[in-house]
Each structure stands twice: as structure tokens, then as C-alpha cells.
Ligand binder design. Structure first.
Ligand code: PLP
Length: 425
């Protein structure tokens, strides 16, 4: 959790953030922009979610897309998490970080043959489940499994026809979404499975969207899945899992969402009531495990006054943190080295990055006079670094990992020389 020390300096995971940029790290000072993560807090979030399941058998398949740093993956794996991956790259990474294939699920509407092969071929019996996102995909997976002489374990990702109460770009469970199989097409999917001897259906699932503030729609989708699983089991062998998806929200400063543990309690109660308590309840959280436990630290480059507006230009831009430009997301920005002004106090500053786009804008934030020399952008642990790019010829940001009250790893920016070499070659 982000706190302040007696002098008002920001502290994360027991470490004063300013010190990370003042002291030498591995012989060289770490430069901003840099993400800093409290990995212990991420592990604690996973454990807390796990407790919500009580005695229900479950798997927390961490959505690697939220933050794919190996330090984080390994820590979550040690805490018992599996992985939800969306590409052959993420699959390879999860395996390289020691996550067992039988704790990995793989979603994606357009998996390519080498990616399918890698999933089917991993370990003794392939990954826990390929999430099938269309009727058409079943024949493709059958062909690859037959060619490899393996059985592909799959779960049908259903569109439960439920509109999540979230930003349109991150709602995925409604009928027009590109993800998953519409309920009306489920009979066709079952028929395709019957004609696919190398494909074994082990589960059903859905993911209705991200940054869910309440459990209502999620649990309505859970009811649809549980009913589908029950129906299927009346004529076929019991399924192994029901995958309820991720999407648990975090508080970006505009309200507290329902805690993830309450989603888990709701799932456990429903699955037990339906007599399916012996199945593994899978959830795929990304943001809820890592989002609140990472900050993006930046240095103020200069200020500008234009009419009544005051700009604070920082060395982090939309290439480092895309969410504000992509989703209109708002992240709180605070001084790194001194206490933020009390609510309603301070002078408003428009905080923006150096990227040559109007959308490279982090919104208005209040600071006391004079404005700070360094700032931190809160709640940047999810969909931050994984969406970063070298747009505008800017180097990728650094990453610093904290555990046990100290820095345990640093990924320095690869710098811009590598980009110049790549592009000029
Ligand atoms: N599972 C699937 C299939 C997803 O598409 C996503 C996010 O896009 C997630 C899980 C993770 O979502 P969140 O980070 O909101 O928990």
C-alpha cells in the first residue's frame, strides 16, 4: 500500500520511492519514468481472493496480459496461481516462469497453428484448457491435435449475453463482442465437438469485461455458465471446471468496487447450490491482483503557462501508460517527495507527457506551490508496462520490483540506442 513517511515522502512496500532514483542501483541510478511494484501486496491480494472461495476447489488463473513481469508471475505462481494467457508468447512466458501447464488456460479469438500446437503439446497432457472462442475453432484444434497425436483439452467460452457495467472497450460478454460463442451457437459447438475425437471438453467459461464495480452482472453470467454445465452433464461426462473469468475492479479514486473475495463467495455459493461443487471454479483476475500495487514515477521536465492553463510536463507519456489515452482512464497523480494538497486545496495543473499527440494527457491534478519536481501516477500496476511502446522514439520505461521492504529486481530501460539500431538497420 502507498503510504507517506513523517516528511511526507511516498512509501511503497516499505521503500521510500524517492530513494530509488537517488541512490545507485547496480552501479547506475535508475531513471524515471519507472514503474515500481509492491510484489508482496500482489501476492497478498491473490491470497485474499483465494480465501473467498472457502473450501470450494478453485484456480486463480492470473491474467498475464495485466502485467507480464517474470518477478510477478513467479511470485503469484508460488502463491498457488495459474495463468490465463492470450498468445503463444504469454504461454511460453508462463511456462518459462515455472507455471505448470495444467494450471494454464489460453483464450484468444484467432490463435495460430503454432500457438495451438504449443498449448496442446505442453507437458504430459497439454495445458489445462484452450478456451474455444468460436464453433469454427473446434475443427482447427481437432486438426492440430490429430496431427500431433494428442488430445486437446478445451473449454467453451460462452457469450452469456450480459452487458457488463463498464467502459465499452472492455465489455466482452455481450452478443456483439468478438469474443466467445453466442448461446444460440452452443448446440452447433456441441455438434462440432462430437465430430472431434481429439478434442475433449473439460469446461465452460466466460469473461464479461474488465473493471467491474459490482458483482451483479458477473454472478448473472455465472448462473448462465452453471446452468449450461449442468445441462451438458445430464448427457455427458462431468466437466472438470467452470471458468468465470476475470474483471474484478479496483478503486482508481472514483469509488470502491465490490472486493474480489465477494465475487469468489458468490461463485462458490452458486456452484455448490447447483450440485457442481466438485468442479474447479476458475477465475482469471488481472487488474485486481496487480493494479493498485504499482505506481509510475516520473520527473517534471518543465512547466508552461498558456492563458489560464498551467501545464506540468513530465517525462512519462502515453507510450509509458496508455490507459488515459486509450480508455479515457483517470489515474491520480501526486508529488513523489511531499504530501499531496488536502482535497479541494492546491492549484490545478494539466499534467501531460512529451508525446506528440493531444491524447498524451493525464488530466488535471492539484499541487501546492511550487509544483513538485517528481510525481507518481497511482494504480498503474495493471495494463501499464504491458501496453508500453517506443512510440515517438521514446525508450520503454524501467521497472523496479520490491519485496520484503527492499528492491529485489530492476529492469532498466533498454534505452533509445537499441531502438535506433533496430530501426536504422
Ligand atoms: N480473462 C480474459 C479472457 C480477458 O480478456 C481479460 C482482460 O481483458 C482478463 C481475464 C483479465 O481482466 P481483468 O484484468 O479485468 O481482471
Amino acid at each position: 500500500m502507498l503510504t507517506r513517511d513523517a516528511r511526507g515522502a511516498a512509501v511503497l512496500g516499505g521503500v521510500r520511492l524517492g530513494d530509488l532514483f537517488d541512490v545507485a542501483a547496480g552501479g547506475e541510478a535508475v531513471r524515471t519514468p519507472a514503474y515500481v511494484y509492491d510484489v508482496d501486496a500482489m501476492v497478498a491480494a491473490a491470497r485474499e481472493l483465494g480465501r473467498g472461495f472457502g473450501p470450494q476447489s478453485h484456480l486463480i488463473a492470473y491474467a498475464v496480459k495485466a502485467n507480464s513481469a517474470g518477478v510477478i508471475l513467479r511470485a503469484l505462481a508460488e502463491a498457488g496461481c495459474g495463468a490465463d494467457v492470450v498468445s503463444g508468447g504469454e504461454l511460453g512466458l508462463a511456462l518459462a516462469c515455472g507455471i505448470s501447464p495444467d494450471r494454464i488456460l489460453y483464450s484468444g479469438v484467432a490463435k495460430q497453428d503454432p500457438e495451438i500446437d504449443r498449448a496442446i503439446g505442453a507437458g504430459e497432457r497439454g495445458i489445462l484448457a484452450l478456451e474455444i472462442e468460436s464453433v469454427e475453432e473446434i475443427a482447427r484444434v481437432e486438426a492440430r491435435a490429430a496431427a500431433l497425436g494428442r488430445i486437446a483439452r478445451v473449454s467453451l467460452r460462452i457469450k452469456p449475453g450480459i452487458v457488463a457495467d463498464t467502459h465499452a472497450h472492455i465489455a466482452t460478454g455481450h452478443d456483439e463482442a468478438k469474443f466467445g460463442i453466442a448461446q444460440a451457437d452452443v448446440p452447433a459447438a456441441f455438434a462440432a465437438l462430437a465430430a472431434a475425437p481429439h478434442v475433449r471438453l473439460v469446461g465452460v467459461g466466460s469473461h464479461i469485461g474488465s473493471q467491474l464495480m459490482r458483482a451483479t452482472e458477473y454472478l448473472a453470467a455465472a448462473d448462465v455458465l452453471i446452468e449450461l454445465a449442468r445441462e451438458r452433464e445430464t448427457t455427458h461426462a462431468p466437466l472438470e471446471l467452470v471458468d468465470f473469468g476475470g474483471g474484478f475492479g479496483i478503486d482508481y479514486g472514483d469509488g470502491s468496487p465490490t472486493p474480489p473475495g465477494e465475487f469468489a463467495e458468490g461463485i462458490s455459493a452458486r456452484i455448490a447450490r447447483a450440485g457442481l461443487g466438485a468442479r474447479t471454479a476458475v477465475v482469471e483476475p488481472g487488474r485486481a491482483l496487480v493494479g493498485a500495487h504499482g505506481v509510475l514515477c516520473a520527473t517534471v521536465v518543465m512547466t508552461k503557462r498558456s492563458g489560464d492553463r498551467r501545464w506540468l510536463f513530465i517525462d512519462a507519456g502515453m507510450n509509458d501508460l496508455l490507459r488515459p489515452a486509450l480508455y479515457g482512464a483517470r489515474h491520480h497523480i501526486e508529488p513523489l517527495d511531499q504530501v499531496p494538497p488536502a482535497p479541494g486545496a492546491g492549484r490545478p495543473w494539466a499534467v501531460a507527457g512529451p508525446v506528440c499527440e493531444s491524447s498524451d494527457d493525464f488530466g488535471e491534478h492539484a499541487f501546492d506551490d511550487p509544483p513538485p519536481a517528481r510525481v507518481l501516477i497511482r494504480d498503474a500496476g495493471a495494463y501499464g508496462y504491458t501496453m508500453a511502446s517506443e512510440y515517438n522514439g521514446r525508450p520503454l520505461p524501467a521497472e523496479i520490483f520490491l519485496r520484503g521492504g527492499r528492491m529485489v529486481a530492476v529492469t532498466k530501460s533498454r534505452g533509445i540506442a537499441a531502438w535506433i539500431a533496430d530501426r536504422s538497420g
